[in-house]
Ligand binder design. Structure first.
Ligand code: FES
Ligand code: FE2
Length: 353
């Protein structure tokens, strides 16, 4: 029943929107220097408050611009003071004397498309800057909750590759073991589950159903509840719970830093005012939950140095197999300049959790 895990290629998936940062961390006038897919990236907000992203290297001599000064309009490089606007255009080269004619308008830093949706800032990562950023498909948005922003954001760095992080995100069987002490399922009360899945434009969805009766958290919400869990490229998982006319959404986004590290950011949104009373508790819960995943993935990562052979078994690891197929198809479709054709077919999967 098992088969060897397709060896992870660790090829970065290009031409997709990735989570750059929870929006509240990017306060006006602040610059955040990050690395995504081994590329240095500067995040900021322009004078109108709109987020922007630039390659975080000065075109003069390569210093990180994010280590310079940003006055809300222009970024001053810390080395020789060249200034750039939020569109990456060079606005000043202080060392030039009047008689030295240099066409500084031609000097620019690469920009990355950047959008803010429901509190999240997304960046479009591609090999070359897209010709028409306005024509790109929209970044991910949670349906049915309008423009509201998240109630809780928990960003963490995991020491692992993108593929292993996504495998962890898709893994239904680790819950009762890794998260056992968090009012979650206990190994002693595993139940057989049967879940129907359908393909979605860039992934797959566990179709809406009443959530597990052996989860204390779900039971605490009361009311008439249903949940839908969806996954899509590049590494986004959304659990969308409806309780009557209300919504609780748990979104996790993974962005690769390099071949051995990823940023994992979890967001919780809710529409019930009373839940806000429990925000300090829920924040601690979310962080604890995520640090448990961080711990087990880090532990696994230590053993990967020994090159273990790995297995994906039916049915609990089928989602990971689907991810590898979807990823392969995404890469092939880009290389062949054709539309992506989702290889996932509707299926019913069974496991005990
Ligand atoms: S390196 Fe940035 S101004 Fe010289
Ligand atoms: Fe987990």
């Amino acid at each position: 029943m098992g088969d060897k895990a397709a060896s992870a290629t660790n090829a970065y998936l290009m031409d997709l929107w990735y989570l750059a940062t929870p929006g509240h961390l990017l306060t006006p006038g602040r610059m955040i220097g990050k690395v995504f897919m081994e590329q240095p990236i500067l995040l900021g907000r322009d004078a109108d408050g709109a987020p922007f992203a630039l390659r975080d290297l000065c075109p003069h001599r390569g210093v990180q611009l994010s280590k310079g000064v940003f006055d809300g309009r222009q970024i001053t490089c810390p080395f020789h003071g060249w200034r750039f606007d939020a569109g990456g255009r060079c606005a000043a080269v202080p060392s030039l004397v009047k008689s030295q004619k240099a066409d500084i308008g031609k000097i620019c830093v690469r920009t990355y498309p950047c959008r803010e949706i429901q509190g999240n800032i997304w960046i479009y990562l591609s090999e070359d800057a897209p010709e028409d950023a306005g024509a790109l498909p929209a970044p991910f948005a949670i349906p049915e909750i309008g423009a509201r922003t998240y109630n809780i954001a928990t960003p963490l760095v995991f020491q692992t590759s993108m593929d292993n992080a996504v495998f962890g995100l898709l893994d239904p069987a680790h819950g009762p073991y890794v998260h056992r002490n968090l009012l979650w399922r206990q190994p002693g009360n595993l139940k057989e589950k049967e879940k129907a899945y359908e393909p979605s434009p860039l992934g797959f969805t566990m179709v809406r159903h009443p959530p597990s009766s052996n989860s204390v958290i779900y039971r605490a919400l009361g009311g008439d509840r249903t949940t839908e869990i969806s996954f899509c490229l590049p590494g986004l998982r959304l659990e969308h719970i409806r309780v009557g006319t209300h919504h609780i959404c748990n979104l996790t986004a993974i962005t690769p830093i390099d071949g051995a590290r990823v940023e994992v950011t979890n967001f919780v949104y809710w529409t019930q005012g009373w839940l806000t009373l429990f925000k300090p508790f829920l924040s601690r819960f979310a962080r604890k939950f995520l640090t448990q995943d961080q711990w087990i993935i880090g532990l696994q990562n230590e053993s990967l140095a020994f090159n273990p052979e790995m297995m994906l078994i039916n049915d609990a690891d089928i989602l990971q197999k689907w991810y590898m197929r979807i990823k392969k198809e995404w890469i092939a479709a880009r290389a062949e300049r054709r539309a992506f054709v989702n290889p996932v077919k509707p299926a019913t999967l069974r496991w005990r959790t």
